[in-house]
Ligand binder design. Sequence first.
Ligand SMILES: [Zn+2]
Length: 134
Amino acid sequence: MIECRNDEEISKLLEEIESNEALQDDLEFHHPVKKNPKIIIYRFEEDLDPDAALKLIKDQNEELRESEVKHEYLMKTPRGDNWIISLDPKSFRKIMETGKINIGWYRINLREYIRPRQCFQCFKFDHVAKKCLK
Ligand SMILES: [Zn+2]
């Protein structure tokens, strides 16, 4: 599998494929919509301003300097906000190796965030409402 990072690379690759008959037979071209991985940062201080915090983490974490970090959402908990952000796969791997993120004066634990499938009918996990047996 070949991964392309941007449109320029994609068109270059397409050109190459189109100009090479042998390749054309062997390759199928897909254009998948790839979702960036998400991480969850635990119990950030209250009243997080996502824009300011995004700037902070890019400044303070070597791993994220060049990354495409995006605010996803805030999960309110009684002990502070959990902050969920998405980022490009390369930076994701780097920051996961560290396992922590610097924000302001803090060094906070993070984890990969995988949203489980949840049924909106019975609120159990691992199936969606369409397939609910209730
Ligand atoms: Zn259900």
